[in-house]
Design a protein around this ligand. Structure first.
Ligand code: AMP
Length: 190
């Protein structure tokens, strides 16, 4: 099993790259943001709760997010491995993920991080907001709050995985194909 955390701030290109990598490596792609948006669209209680945080650019509480992620993993007992996109975003989530992988006699093999400057991120997200239909992409203040939340709670995970020798930084600026190639060069060596 190859389990990869695709990491990076909002707008780094995680979702775009995960679409290519899941095909290439036959992995199950789990995006916690996508699962929350699916729940919002279907008017579930989880969706209503998640929306109240997402609209402000804040993280959904750990307990809710971890339970949801566990359930998504359990839905795929035959998976060859996973690409986690947008999870973990806090240290508590990273610990929960390690515990979950242990119950499968597996582990996270690598955190592969897309590195992009903040101002490039803001520009990309504003552009995406014109077509994505995402409320949290439509407003520059919310975009900046998401990036601030990343530095408050998520950026520390770089160190968390570095300590385990599992952190790989990749330049996230370039064409989609170039970036897929940079990521593949890391994943092929795992
Ligand atoms: P994303 O699609 O990954 O940009 O996520 C959109 C929003 O969903 C985030 O701004 C958070 O409000 C929420 N979200 C997604 N993943 C997580 C997570 N792992 N922990 C907490 N909140 C999350």
């Amino acid at each position: 099993m190859k389990n990869i955390v695709l990491f990076g701030p909002p707008g780094a290109g995680k979702g775009t790259q995960a679409e290519f990598l899941k095909e290439k490596y036959q992995l199950v792609h789990i995006s916690t943001g996508d699962v929350f948006r699916y729940n919002i669209k279907n008017n579930t209680d989880l969706g209503a709760l998640a929306k109240s945080y997402m609209d402000k650019g804040h993280l959904v509480p750990d307990e809710v997010t971890i339970n949801m992620l566990n359930a998504e993993v359990e839905k795929n007992p035959k998976a060859n491995g996973f690409i986690f996109d947008g999870f973990p975003r806090t240290e508590a989530q990273a610990i929960a993920l390690a515990t979950l992988m242990e119950t499968k006699n597996s582990q996270i093999n690598a955190m592969v991080a897309l590195e992009v400057d903040d101002e490039v991120l803001v520009g990309r997200l504003l552009e995406r907001g014109k077509v994505s239909g995402r409320a949290d992409d439509a407003n520059e203040a919310v975009i900046r709050e998401r990036i601030a939340e990343y530095y408050r709670k998520t950026d520390v995970l770089k160190e968390f995985y570095q300590k385990q020798d599992k952190y790989y930084g990749v330049d996230g600026v370039g064409s989609i194909e170039e970036i897929t190639e940079r990521l593949s060069n890391v994943i092929d060596k795992l």
